[in-house]
Design a protein. Structure first.
Length: 390
């Protein structure tokens, strides 16, 4: 990887943007082939107190050897994560997921020094007990009101060191954010004690792409790599992590339970990866048709004058707006997270509201909120059965 500079003249001012160029595959270090770009895309998946709008080119490549889809242009970490946006556990799916994850790790954290990577809210630590000390490394980790939980406000990278013996490492929905996953895993391996364990969860991106749950298979500036189960297994085993178990939480997440070894003897077999490029393009066709259908419904004479809302202050909503829904007169974005309400989705001057405003509101709701859409649809119907849901 190397940095490159973009200079833009805006309102007679020079604006300098620095981005990171990824030339080689994150897994095999082979050359990448560029195949797709979305110009001027919002860089962040977050909400803001006021309208904020910095954009870059969302640029996709594929490894010519192992067929892994990954971004070839990356936003600097200190710009991408200059504020936290992990708002805790929202919705039944996430509640069940964290309960499932806690059941897996409860035996490993007893009397252990735990290092957690990438959770500013400390929600996993605060729902567990029996450990010696729990260290959380994240640039935006908040102050924790518990004497055995220690925040470390920095990035976890090759420079990160800790002078404590670490028995157990945990991270959840972080690995897909990492720019250099091999270096990340090497550092985890070095920090762990001999035979120490690491358990972590990632989104099920194969399911996301196969079922068109999110545009681009969930790849964006933050989730910068498309991970299959086989890709992660290969990387873990190559870097001397023995895989003890792989758990599937519904079709939502994949959880890897691993152990540090000095030489790996036990390998697991995963079916060969397929080329996901065709599925990527079919995913784009699917969302183009969805956008057209939204216009057909919203601009129908029967629906003329009705307010239009999108559900979810999320990446999916950013994409839908980018792909054309910004041309509709959108009245607002709905979200169950209290911390997001009355703020703005990054990149769009559209306010976020509580779904409660749907009560007695004759309107249209565009619902394409990924894995959680069925859960949310039931909520909308309970609030107002007359809502038109697309």
């Amino acid at each position: 990887m190397y940095y490159y500079i973009i200079i833009i003249i805006y309102k007679y001012k020079f604006i300098i943007y620095i981005m990171i160029k990824r030339n080689k595959c994150i897994k095999c270090n082979f050359k990448l082939k560029h195949f797709y770009i979305r110009e001027n895309f919002p860089i962040k998946f977050c909400v803001c107190n006021e309208f904020s709008n910095i954009r870059r080119n969302l640029s996709f490549s594929i490894c010519e050897k192992c067929n892994i889809i990954q971004l070839d242009k990356l936003v600097k970490l200190d710009e991408l994560y200059d504020s936290g946006h992990n708002y805790g556990i929202i919705g039944n799916t996430w509640k069940k997921f964290f309960s499932f994850l806690n059941n897996i790790i409860e035996k490993d954290i007893i009397n252990s020094n735990v290092l957690e990577i990438g959770c500013p809210s400390a929600k996993i630590a605060l729902s567990n007990k029996g450990f010696n000390n729990w260290y959380i490394v994240d640039p935006n980790v908040k102050k924790i009101d518990r004497k055995d939980v220690y925040p470390i406000n920095t990035f976890f990278d090759e420079k990160f060191k800790i002078d404590k013996r670490i028995d157990f490492i945990i991270h959840s929905h972080l690995f897909e954010h990492i720019y250099n996953p091999r270096e990340f895993l090497k550092n985890c391996h070095n920090i762990l004690k001999d035979n120490g364990k690491m358990t972590f969860a990632v989104p099920n991106m194969e399911h996301i792409l196969d079922h068109n749950i999110a545009p681009y298979g969930g790849v964006m500036f933050e989730h910068n790599i498309f991970y299959s189960k086989k890709t992660i297994v290969d990387m873990l085993e190559k870097l001397n992590f023995e895989i003890l178990n792989i758990f599937d939480f519904e079709n939502h997440s994949i959880i890897f339970e691993t152990k540090k070894v000095m030489k790996l003897n036990n390998f697991i077999k995963i079916e060969n990866d397929i080329n996901y490029l065709d599925k990527f393009y079919k995913n784009m066709e699917y969302y183009d048709k969805f956008i057209k259908n939204c216009f057909d419904v919203c601009l129908c004479e029967l629906n003329e004058g009705k307010k239009i809302y999108l559900f979810g202050a999320s990446y999916n909503t950013q994409i839908l707006l980018y792909m054309g829904l910004h041309r509709l007169n959108v009245s607002g974005i709905l979200d169950n997270c209290i911390q997001k309400q009355n703020k703005y989705l990054y990149g769009y001057n559209i306010k976020i509201y509580s779904p409660e405003i749907l009560i007695d509101n004759n309107c249209i709701v565009i619902l394409k909120n990924g894995y959680y859409s069925n859960e949310i649809k039931k909520q909308i119907i309970l609030l107002n059965k007359n809502i038109i849901i697309i």
